[in-house]
Write a protein that binds this ligand. Sequence first.
Ligand code: PEP
Ligand code: MG
Length: 543
Amino acid sequence: MTVFDGRGVYGAVAVGKAQLFKRHQTKVRRVSVSKPEQELERLRAAKDAAVRQLSAIHKKARKELGEAGALIFEIHMMMLDDDDFIDTIKDMIRTQRVNAEYAVSSAADSFAKMFSDMEDAYMQARSADVRDISNRLIACLSKGGGSRALPDGKMIICADDLAPSETILLDRSKVTAIVTAFGSANSHTAILAAGMNTPAVIGVGKEFLDAVEDGCLVGVDGHTGEVFVDPDDKTIRHLKQKQSEDSRRYQLLEQLKGKESITLDEKRVSICANIGGECGTDAAIANDADGIGLFRSEFLYLGSEDYPTEEQQFRVYKNVLESMKGKKVVIRTLDIGADKQAGYFGLEKEENPALGFRAIRICLSRPEIFLTQLRALYRASAFGELAIMFPMITSVPEVRQCLDMCEQVRKELKENGIRFDENTELGIMIETPAAAVISDRLAPMVDFFSVGTNDLTQYTLACDRQNERLRPFVDTHHEAILRLIEMSAKNAHENNAWIGICGELAADLTLTEKFLRMGIDEFSVSPPFVLPLREKVRSISLK
Ligand code: PEP
Ligand code: MG
């Protein structure tokens, strides 16, 4: 038996026969051409064919995975239409007089490298998407498009990496798990695999491909990220036991759907979901969240090549609000900077990005960006129960400026006769020690607080959250952090504001009772944690 470690992207277990994923690969050679116009014409025809294929895949994804899964292929179609990408290919054909396949492959190399060199993990993962669309274009140029060899029979798919379109084209009724040697947890493949409810482990390393062969037994533990090639009897028994525990637990959690998030002594709380985009609402609804407690709006900016317009943002916010059908949706305004960078913001490199020009500091320094977002948010407020939240607050003047800008937007909308909800709640994140310490001053200014324990922990313990080496020094239960939360809760309630927690600590079931005793009104967690947390809340009595 050989054991490999990777990243589990969907927490479930499978044992089964391996099937190596094989694909038709077209070898690309550089060929000099005398008639570049013919190559440009071939490129145009190949692009049309690729768009047709992608729209069929998009349809399949929408049927099987909903809007969330399908969105990836919409992005692929947009990438195929991207002027920078297509013009680079055309220029190369014209100036270097080379064949279209070679030009596509070279342009893809440089675009993929540009993405993989970015600091932000989300953007790095986009290089796989560039490869996926360029392989499709090359296949279409050589008339091989869509003829990838897909394996047959019930199996655990073992691959070097899987492109998103390869993942969606897998026959779900035959695939019991997915293991890839490469790829990141942020890749769209990982997101798709999770959406397919298929046990999946990503990035187990290239040695895995040498150890595994068609038909050999493989065990996959999506909880721990372990993959066992030729597992021994003891491991198989252990995995099978985990599998039956998973299904028992799954059934138990299913019974909690539709039930209230209420303690034994009848204290009601909200258990909401954290989402990173429009597509997250599917998972929030599937897990019966009481609302959205944190919509990280920056993903809209990160997934785009230029500032998203008011109209684009409005459509996304409106869709999220309408999908949640009257349940509260807390949308956090732009929290970019630090580990989340978008090139077009032109932000300078900083010595200490986590302590740098980020989030509300950018918004208040560049009001045109902030006002565009606030207008989109207020316009969307007419379509559901919106609350707006400001990140990285440290002072009273910052909150004052945010509220003034909201007032300015409301006034403008009123003057223009545009509908919005006057009662849209306004709140701030408590994610700096400064905000917690002066929470008595901040609470009277807002309707709610939401504690961002991820940043509150990094700033309180002076431990960069990106630095893996600091893990032994990060005590998430540190008394200083808990005291800051308790102090904020007390000050919120004394000023008629409510308080939630939306950082990772909200899902820590060992702290649920403590948080309830502090008076936390809302917990916002990633969608799979909603039902386990509801189960925990329902088992606690505060009397
Ligand atoms: C937090 O800091 O806890 C938080 C929820 O925000 P983010 O993780 O997006 O910084
Ligand atoms: Mg934060």
